[in-house]
Design a binder for this molecule. Structure first.
Ligand code: ATP
Ligand code: MG
Ligand code: MG
Ligand code: MG
Length: 481
């Protein structure tokens, strides 16, 4: 079943159950606490916290999401994309646990002929918050799930809150068992993050009002909410890969065509070498994320969302180089991703000229940076290895600083490329050189300041100079890109 078909079945099903179909909000998060929209409920937060009155009691959506937190898992686990779609159904003070559980089960296991997904009920397990006896009982009473396929977990896994005083509550998650070939039996509790039991759907029961919040796991329950809410999120790509009989989410119809294009371009065959497979999955994921992020109006830059976008594009290009492709890569990949996504997002086709111009310009700029910086870095690494008798070693902070300052070579790239050659970087020394440079720039700006007339300009400059650049972390395995 194609991804677009699952999406359609979802919206039709929940519409028939009285939900208003709400279009996806932008990836640019409407909630200022995150850069990107990270979950289906984000656009509905004002309704959940009762700051606004919702125009409907029930809503459903397929929300575009980006989670930069998951970037290091991409291509290595079977189920983490930087971009993915979260199917959600929401109740604002209307139905609660019993109906949320009933509808989730019905949609997953109901007959294909009735517009549902036809999943074998014996493959499904659920987790509940260990003290939520009500949910456990409902899974037995409504669905007839045997007790041994309902597992209790603690706050870390099965409790939702924003980390702020306000609504909170237990959740219940549905897992799909892929069978003995993927790991030992025993349910998600044993499998923890493994490949056998794949989390597909999270049902959040917003039940309590909390305060005295010390952490997501330490707070006081004030009492029951007057208006209890339901917030659920089903991972569209996860359900798609399971229903399509694929091994992972990068092999679904909306993503795999880019892997095929990467194979063609590189001459490498997917499935032959793990490191290359990870790179191809990273390429397919990042190209798609970049496409969707640019489509929502973000442009590459050195901070915030623009930096995340820049990093996704650069990582795609680097991964292609590690696959042996030295020429331009994006012009062969981005249109393929657009075609794969256009059934669900026709606006991508309409705006593709503009979207692709942004991506291609970034690849050109990155190639220039790479060309100059790589030679310098390789020479420095070779000298270091000679000095240490062929062993790795530590690249001095000054070298990393020079690469950054003179060649515009970002530190994350230096770290990644050095790690690939078994060399570490004196990051602390690099950071203190950066700090010194900032202090010097500030002093210069002060010296130039005349009288005190342009305090505002100085303040703006200072703010700009001290703005932290988001660092998303990097990985040290040789498959990292
Ligand atoms: P996991 O434990 O696998 O990282 P999660 O618990 O972080 O998932 P939730 O925050 O509960 O995920 O999000 C709801 C649903 O969205 C998940 O059950 C899953 O199906 C989907 N989902 C979450 N993160 C991703 C991702 N990075 N890529 C694809 N789907 C995702
Ligand atoms: Mg997660
Ligand atoms: Mg989880
Ligand atoms: Mg979850």
């Amino acid at each position: 079943m194609r991804t677009a078909e699952i999406r359609k079945r979802w919206l039709d099903y929940f519409e028939a159950q009285g939900h208003a179909v709400v279009p996806s909000a932008s990836l640019i998060s409407p909630d200022p606490s995150t850069l990107f929209t990270i979950a289906g409920m984000v656009p509905f937060i004002p309704y959940m916290t009762a700051q606004q009155t919702p125009p409907w009691k029930r809503a459903t959506s397929v929300q575009k999401c980006v989670r930069t937190l998951d970037i290091d898992d991409v291509g290595k686990t079977t189920r983490h994309g930087t971009f993915f779609q979260m199917n959600g159904n929401f109740s604002f003070g209307d139905y609660f646990k019993a109906d949320a559980i009933r509808m989730a089960w019905d949609f997953l296991t109901g007959s294909l002929d009735d517009g549902k997904l036809g999943i074998d009920p014996d493959k499904l397990w659920v987790t509940v918050y260990y003290e939520d006896d009500e949910a456990r009982q409902l899974w037995k009473d409504i669905v007839g799930l045997p007790d041994e396929r309902i597992q209790g977990l603690g706050k870390k896994d099965n409790y939702w809150s924003t980390g702020q005083p306000g609504p909170a509550g237990p959740c219940s998650e549905i897992f799909y068992d892929r069978g003995a070939a993927y790991g030992p039996d025993g349910g998600p509790l044993i499998d923890e993050g493994g490949d056998r039991f794949v989390e597909i759907w999270n049902l959040v029961f917003m039940q309590y009002e909390i305060d005295e919040v010390k952490s997501k796991e330490e707070f006081r329950i004030l009492g029951e909410l007057a208006n209890k809410n339901i917030d659920t999120g089903m991972g569209l790509e996860r359900v798609a890969f399971l229903l399509q009989g694929k091994d992972n989410m990068y092999e679904i119809d909306e993503v795999f065509p880019v892997i095929e294009a990467a194979q063609k371009l590189s001459g490498k065959v997917y499935g032959e070498n793990r490191d290359d497979d990870v790179r191809m999955r990273v390429v397919a994921d990042h190209v798609r994320s970049a496409l969707m992020i640019i489509g929502d109006g973000v442009r590459p830059s050195n901070e915030g969302r623009g930096y995340v976008l820049r990093r996704l594009l650069r990582r795609s290009v680097r991964a292609m180089r590690l696959l042996g492709v030295d020429g331009l890569a994006l012009p062969s990949l981005l249109p393929v991703s657009k075609d794969a996504m256009a059934a669900s997002y026709p606006e991508l086709a309409e705006n593709f000229e503009q979207i692709s111009a942004v991506a291609y310009a970034e690849e050109e700029a990155f190639r220039r940076t790479l060309a100059s910086g790589t030679t310098i870095l390789d020479t420095a690494v070779a000298n270091l290895k000679k000095a240490s008798g062929g062993e790795g070693g530590v690249l001095p902070g000054e070298a990393a600083f020079q690469l950054h300052d003179t060649y515009g070579f970002p530190i994350d790239l230096t770290l990644e490329m050095a790690a690939e050659q078994g060399v570490q970087v004196d990051e602390q020394a690099f950071r203190s050189l950066m700090q010194e440079q900032r202090t010097r720039a500030r002093a210069d700006a002060l010296a130039k300041r005349t009288g005190g007339a342009d305090v505002a300009a100085y303040e703006a400059l200072e703010k700009e100079l001290s703005a932290p650049v988001e660092f998303l972390g990097y990985t040290q395995t040789d498959a990292s890109v």
